[in-house]
Design a protein around this ligand. Structure first.
Ligand code: ZN
Ligand code: ZN
Length: 243
């Protein structure tokens, strides 16, 4: 027996007794769930699953909710809270020996936005839709905000340019210029992700595609005042998996 093997066996024995000594789990389910659980409950369940399967090489994927990379912790917005979780329901063909299509896998990364003070959550099939759903909850009316024209974007710095901030201060309704409030910016087709923390009030910079899916940026550089945007009827969330 090699020293490495011995070390591993001892670790496995210690882990086994730690698992046996742990009190019976009574928190959130140790599997995917569409039920409402608070962010601390979801985190505790995910941690417990990782503890139970620490040495299990065959199960590295829990399919459980965990925090999305874009939003590493709770953001307080007025009386609301914003937490963003993700669950990996992507197809794992090696677990069932047939190509995705013949299997029952949901086949996607899905997202959940939570407002803990209100016990509210939304589950959506993509990150943008979850973020939009949360804004419907915390900032009703946000879909009517003016779209910041792309021509005000700064070429050499990320985020909002001075000109864009000035435009926003002049065009956005004062009640929507509050901590955590979003802005909507016109984007090119390659950059339609909603970006947290980039509004002048540390709220989301939401891509215009959330409210005007078919709008195309005109190639012509123009300093003319943009036409008032026309809006299609409010779009609903992507296929919700539960609420
Ligand atoms: Zn809320
Ligand atoms: Zn599958």
């Amino acid at each position: 027996m090699t020293e490495e093997q011995l070390a591993f066996d001892i670790e496995a024995m210690l882990h086994e007794s730690a698992v046996e000594a742990a009190p019976e789990w009574s928190g959130a389910p140790l599997a995917f769930t569409t039920a409402y659980w608070t962010p601390p409950n979801l985190e505790a369940a995910h941690e417990h699953w990782q503890f139970l399967h620490k040495l299990d090489q065959s199960r590295t994927q829990s399919r459980m909710w965990h925090r999305a990379i874009a939003v590493p912790g709770r953001v307080a917005v007025g009386d609301h809270g914003f937490d963003l979780f993700t669950a990996d329901l992507r197809c794992e063909p090696w677990t069932h020996g047939e190509a995705h299509g013949g299997c029952q896998c949901v086949g996607d990364l899905i997202y959940q936005a939570i407002c803990e003070p209100d016990g509210w959550h939304v589950i959506a099939s993509d990150e943008n839709s979850a973020v939009e759903g949360w804004h419907d909850h915390a900032f009703p009316g946000w879909r009517e905000l003016p779209i910041v024209p792309a021509r005000l974007r700064s070429v050499d710095q990320p985020g909002l340019s001075k000109a864009a901030k000035k435009w926003i201060a002049e065009h956005y309704p004062p009640p929507m210029q509050v901590i955590g409030a979003p802005v909507i910016t016109e984007r090119s087709s390659g950059g339609t992700r909603h970006v947290p923390g980039r509004s002048p009030w540390a709220g989301y910079d939401i891509a215009h595609t959330a409210v005007e899916r078919d709008r195309r940026i005109s190639q012509r550089r123009s300093n003319a005042v943009p036409r008032e945007p026309t809006r299609p009827p409010t779009t609903s969330l992507g296929p919700a998996l539960g609420a």
